[in-house]
Design a protein around this ligand. Structure first.
Ligand SMILES: N[C@@H](CCC(=O)N[C@@H](CS)C(=O)NCC(=O)O)C(=O)O
Length: 217
């Protein structure tokens, strides 16, 4: 059996964005059953949890005693089990991996940086000074992504694990109109989110939060 860790409770601003969503989505695409292990702050700090996820973050992934952490590595592992998520030829797999790294390494850090400024430091003077440059950097990367996608439905020939990761990255700045005012990226995000597996994964994450309306230890 596969088990994925997720937070029992997060504030509204994070619901639908927490990174276990990626793993749930990949498992849904691959048609693999899974259980969710809901954790709170006390478990996050525990030695037992840190032995699974060294930074105390979610998601952690366990499959019959085999443990993985880092959502990108987990998605890569799941994708290897599913032709829905990963091409079968060597070059196709390598191209998919390039785009998986691009999502997590070339785009997500700049999007995360902006979200961190906006959601956690909006009233700090240093953040107000930093924001224009952070926005410009995120915009530059998104412009390049938009250029790549302008004549394509997906990052490569068809939907892969790279599109799954990229979509979850593009969801992060939903508190802004950054993606909404980029028609190519907005249509791409919507195209990927229209997949039934995405809806099942999102519904499952939201249902777990609905079980715990209050912050808990
Ligand atoms: N690079 C990690 C990032 C995981 C991450 O940032 N998880 C967040 C939730 S989306 C978390 O656990 N935050 C709590 C913390 O960092 O203490 C991954 O992709 O798995």
């Amino acid at each position: 059996m596969i088990t994925v860790s997720a937070f029992r409770w997060v504030p509204d601003v994070a619901r639908g964005l927490v990174r276990d969503l990626r793993v749930r989505w990949a498992l849904e695409e691959a048609g693999l059953a899974y259980e969710v292990w809901l954790i709170g702050p006390a478990q996050q700090k525990s030695d037992a949890y840190r032995s699974l996820q060294p930074f105390g973050q979610v998601p952690a992934y366990e499959e019959d005693g085999f443990v993985l952490f880092e959502s990108g590595a987990i998605i890569h592992h799941i994708a290897a089990k599913s032709t829905v998520l990963m091409p079968t030829d060597d070059k196709g797999r390598a191209r998919t991996l390039s785009w998986m790294f691009a999502a997590l390494n070339s785009i997500e850090p700049h999007i995360d940086n902006l979200a961190d400024l906006d959601l956690f430091h909006a009233n700090d003077d240093w953040a107000k000074q930093r924001r224009p440059a952070a926005l410009q950097m995120a915009q530059t990367r998104l412009d390049a992504l938009s250029d790549w996608l302008k004549d394509r439905d997906y990052l490569e020939e068809r939907f892969t694990a790279a599109d799954l990761l990229m979509t979850t990255v593009l969801r992060i700045p939903r508190h802004t109109d950054l993606i909404a005012r980029m028609p190519v990226l907005d249509a791409y995000r919507r195209r990927c989110e229209a997949r039934p597996a995405f809806k099942r994964a999102l519904d499952a994450q939201m249902a777990d939060f609905a079980e715990s309306p209050q912050a808990v230890a």
